[in-house]
Every structure is written in C-alpha cells, then in structure tokens.
Write a protein that binds this ligand. Structure first.
Ligand code: AGP
Length: 608
C-alpha cells in the first residue's frame, strides 16, 4: 500500500525522505518520488521503480531544501508509470502533493476542472486534488486544502507543500492513516511509524477529518470544524532493529523464527497462574458485560480471517458463546440487524485494513460492542474499538503474515480463557490452559527445527502448478492459511478445503500432479482425515501430512510427514501452521520470487 513521508527542520529534506520511504518499502509499491521546496519553488524527482532508482536519480540530479514530501505508490488509478508517480502538481507547478487513498468522485471533479481550463498531466485521481487546491480560495494553504477536500468523496491521507508557503507542510486524513513525528526542532509526517523511527519515538496519530499544519517551529491540528485540537503524544515501543533483517535473508523467514518470542510477548503479563484466568485490562469488558454476551461475530480479512475461524473453535469451546466469522468485506454490505448482546471482534494486524475498519463501524452503528485484536499500536481500528488486545508482536514487515497469525491465535486463546472464566469455565480448567499456554513458545521452537526437512521437501514441490490443502475442525483454517501463504508468495495456485468437502468436487482434481497437504495432528478428527488421505492415495495423489510427533500410523499412505509436538487440539494450529509457513517460504525462494514484496500485494490494504 502507498507510503507517505514528509520532513521539515534543519536537515536537507531529500535524504530524510528517501530514508523514510525505504522503511515503507515493505508495504508494497511500484513507483516513488519526492518534492522539495528549494527556496525558489517546488522541485520534484520521481520514477516508476524502486527507491534505489530514486536514490541514483538524486545523485545525478540533486535537490536541496529543508522542507519536502515523498511517496511510494501502489497503483490504483492509472498504470505504474513515471508520470503517474507521486508527487503531483497543479498547472503552474507551484504546489506538490502526495496522497494515499482513493478519490471516488475524481472523474466528475476532473471534468469540471478541465472545463475551467485546468490541464492534467496524469491519469491519476490524486492529480485532481492538486488542481482543486489551485482553484480553491483562502489566505492560507490549510484553508485552500480544507476547501478542496470539502469537495472530495473517498479516502485520503495527504501531504501538501507550496512555493508561496515556504517551510510548511499541510497534512490531512480521512480513512487513510497519517501521523506526525515530533522531533527536536524537526517534524516529520508519515503513513507508518517505521518511517520516523530514526528521528523520534514520539508520534501524534491524526484522526479522520484532522488537518495539521507542520513547520520547523512546531505543529497544530485542526478538526473538521477548523478548531485547534490537542492530539495526544504516543511513544513507539518497538526497536529500529526489528526493521532490519539480522542474519536472515528475508523478513518473512525472520518473522517465522521470531514466533516463539512473539507468542511469548503476546502472553506476557496476561496469564494468571493461581486464578487460572487471563488479565486483559484493555478489553474494557467487566464480568457483568461478559455474562450478558449472547453472540460474538468476528470480522477480518485474509490471514486475520483465518485466525478468526480458529477463534470460533476456541471461544465456543471455552466460553460456550456462539460465534459467527465473517469476511469484513461481505459483512459491511449486509443489512445491519440490531442484535442485543452482540460482541464484535475485529482482527487486523495493521489495524488499518479498510474493509475491516468499515465493518467495525457498521457493527458499532448496529449497536454492537466492538473489540480489536490488533498489532499496530494506535492504529485506526485499535482507536475506534471499545477495547481490545494488542498483539505486541513488533512490526510485521513481510507482506505474508506469519508471526501476526500465531500471535492472533494466542490472543484469541486469552480471550476465550477470559470469557470462559466469566461464564462457567472452572478454575482448574483455567489453570490447565494457562500451563499449556506457557509451554507453547517452547513447542514452537521445537517445531521450527523441522526447517531442514521442509527445505528438502520444497525441492519436491517447487515446480507444482497447483496444490490442495486439507484440514478438519480447528485445523481447517490452518489448511486455508497454508494455501494462502503458498499462493501469495510463490504464485502457485493453492486451495484450502475442509477435508470432508474434498469428496464434493475437488477430488476430481486429484492426480499425480496435484500435491495434497493434509493437516492431521492426532486429535479427535485424525482418523477422519486419514480416510480422506486414503481417498487421495487411491487416485494417485501425492500427500504431505502435518501430523503429531510419535505418530507412526501413516506409513506408506503418505509421501512425506512433518511431525509437530503433541499439544491440546485448541492450541495445535499455532504449531501446525509453522511447517506450512516454512514450506511456502522455501518453495517461493526456489522459484526466485520476491518473498517479502510479492507482486501485486500490499502489506496493509487501506483501499476498499
Ligand atoms: C496475509 O498473508 C496477507 N498479507 C493478507 O491476507 C492480510 O492478512 C490481510 O490483508 C489482512 O490484513 P490485516 O490483518 O492487517 O487486517
């Protein structure tokens, strides 16, 4: 997803902008650019391609000035070309702006502006905004920006500079995150905290409707009614080195190996050994409110939706509350039905996924209490929830979600324990689960020892064109997640299916060219999955089984076995997913794919 960086202060702006944009690369982009106020006007450098190309361009054609804005673009309107790269300008080139989001009435506005004589240079919706600001009246840049934005339908995170307002950046947000980095006599603007970390840990998250005016002397925030607002300062918790690869060749592999520590971090301080419960103060759910919950609906996208499917098993098992799991993008367009006693759980690593955010807002409008299970502190979903659970997994840089998934599962286990202990789960049962949760990081560590076997296995399947992933019960979502990992980073078509469903169609696909990955820990549905494996084997299919240590019962039924430590069924997805993450990773590496920045994908989908 697009990235925004702005700087104003004593330094040369260009190096700060390029450095900040490079920390946003993981979000996915296809072009990059920057604009600086050089004392005579606005000077822009931009290209279709990577940040390294922008660095080389700046060596050949340097720009000087201490106030500027930069952008990495993930194309939504208009091809990823140099022309369509941000920043965009007005007719006279007297202002420049960068924009995240989508201007939904851009075509109508563009037609009006062209009729008024404006000349457009690009195919983008963003350029419309530059000409709207040019056209707007107002004594100050912020007044003109506000007047222009009043005509806009859609979402934006935007930063603007203009030659007649030297040393000033005007920033606005509606539906696309923007924050201010508060340094020592220097100020930054960014769409993601990672861009400002080398300069400051103090950030101000703008809210929807806010406009900020940033100069080297300070900043002020105006709300939609143009009233000056004081927005709280937040401290970024995580370290800069969490944005470095360390000894790993990719962030995805680093984050897979971080999982024992990140699950430990999610659980830290939240397990009550004596009481056999969970401490989740951020939930803002009293015992009385827990008792009144009649149903839970989980809304999420992608990997987070898979975590929600596991969460259904967890919560129904531990708290006996019925749970519905909805694709956020589908949920938000359904007729909102008021259902008293509903608790809505929004799961999102980034806390900025547009579909999940809008589903959260729809649930609140229908009267539901909403909690967020989120990784990024201060993100929009976290701030708009009535309470929540932060993952504390540190920034997840790889586009393919891994450590966030297992931390989401840990958070859902904590939630199930918390709700359960308010709804009949006995203390001895709670204490047993607490003990099992404490043991989980060590079991993940043991599971990671499978990597050399998985790497060898990847050699056998790197040329596959399709794959089928099967699982039952709490491991059916793991089959979905394993398939998603493979397809999103290796571009092999892969489908996850409930194992029993294979008989209702997909079995027609089975032959020696269709590898079938079966998630089959020795739990209460294990023998049912074995029956499905026999059906696959009878049709010549090749089988990879993810099963439990000590299980010698598969024999020649399968072509490969990867055995994970034995653990209670509700916790098993935290382990069974790990070999599937590694398998997808090693296959993608063998296929020469860009593992951390897979084609067409973005880390946080902040557009609908
Ligand atoms: C997962 O590997 C993908 N990158 C994607 O499906 C992701 O899980 C989805 O976009 C949801 O993101 P979120 O958790 O930040 O809301």
């Amino acid at each position: 997803m697009c990235g925004i960086v702005g700087y104003v202060g004593p330094r040369e702006a260009a190096p700060v902008l390029v450095d900040g944009l490079s920390r946003l690369e993981y979000r996915g982009y296809d072009s990059a650019g920057l604009a600086v106020l050089n004392g005579r006007g606005v000077e822009t450098r931009k290209l279709a391609g990577r940040i390294d190309g922008l660095r080389e361009l700046l060596v050949r054609e340097p720009v000087h000035g201490s106030c500027g804005i930069g952008h990495t673009r993930w194309a939504t309107h208009g091809a990823p070309t140099q022309r369509n790269a941000h920043p965009h300008a007005d007719c006279a080139g007297s202002l420049a702006l960068v924009h995240n989001g989508i201007i939904e009435n851009a075509d109508l506005l563009r037609a009006q502006l062209e009729r008024a004589g404006h000349r457009f240079a690009t195919e983008t919706d963003t350029e419309t905004l530059a000409h709207l600001i040019e056209e707007a009246t107002g004594a100050t840049l912020e007044e003109r920006v506000l007047a222009a934005l009043a005509l806009v339908e859609g979402t934006y995170g935007v930063a603007v500079i203009a030659e007649d307002h030297p040393g000033t950046i005007v920033v606005a947000r509606r539906g696309s995150p923007v924050l201010l980095g508060i340094g020592n006599r220097e100020y930054l603007v960014a769409s993601d905290a990672s861009a400002v970390l080398p300069y400051t840990r103090s950030v101000v998250y703008l809210r929807d409707g806010d406009v900020a005016v940033v100069t080297a002397e300070g900043y002020r925030v105006l709300d939609e009614q143009q009233r000056v607002q004081r927005r709280s300062l937040n401290d970024i918790e995580w370290e800069l080195d969490s944005l470095s690869l360390g000894e790993h060749s990719h962030f995805m592999l680093k984050e897979i190996h971080e999982q024992p520590e990140t699950v430990r971090s999610t659980l830290r301080g939240r397990l009550l050994d004596e009481a056999g419960g969970a401490r989740l103060n951020g939930l803002n759910l009293t015992a009385a409110r827990c008792a009144r919950i009649r149903r839970i609906e989980i809304v999420a996208c992608g990997t987070s939706w898979h975590a929600g499917l596991v969460g259904r098993h967890i919560i129904e098992e531990l708290a006996a509350i019925p749970v519905a799991v909805e694709y956020a993008s589908e949920y938000r367009y359904r007729r909102p039905l008021r259902a008293p006693g509903t608790l809505t759980v929004a799961i999102s690593q980034s806390g900025e996924t547009a579909d999940t955010l809008e589903a959260l807002r729809a649930a609140k409008a229908a009267g539901s209490t909403v909690i967020g299970i989120v990784n990024v502190v201060g993100s929009t979903i976290a701030r708009e929830s009535d309470g929540g659970i932060y993952l504390h997994a540190g920034p997840e840089v790889g586009v393919a979600s891994t450590k966030a998934f297992t931390s989401q599962l840990a958070a859902l286990l904590l939630l199930g324990l918390y709700l359960g202990r308010h709804r009949g789960l006995r203390s001895d049962q709670g204490r047993a689960l607490v003990e099992q949760l404490r043991a989980l990081p060590e079991l993940i560590e043991r599971t990671l020892a499978l990597e050399s076997e998985v790497r060898a296995l990847a050699e056998c399947y790197a040329d596959a064109r399709n794959a089928l992933y099967l699982g039952r019960g709490v491991n059916f979502p793991v089959a979905l997640e394993g398939a998603l990992k493979l397809k999103e980073i290796s571009y092999i078509h892969a489908e996850g299916y409930p194992a029993a469903e294979m008989k209702h169609g997909p079995i027609a696909l089975i032959d020696e060219n269709m590898p079938v990955v079966c998630v089959a820990p020795t739990d209460h549905v294990y023998h049912k999955v074995v029956s499905n494996m026999q059906e696959v084997r009878a049709r010549g299919g090749r089988i990879v089984a993810i099963t439990s240590e000590g299980n010698g019962g598969l024999g020649r039924l399968v072509d490969h076995e990867l055995r994970v430590p034995v653990c209670p069924p509700l916790l098993s997805p935290v382990l069974t997913v790990v070999p599937l993450q590694l398998l997808a990773y090693h296959i993608a590496v063998l296929r020469g794919c860009d593992v951390d920045r897979p084609r067409n994908l973005a880390k946080s989908v902040t557009v609908e």
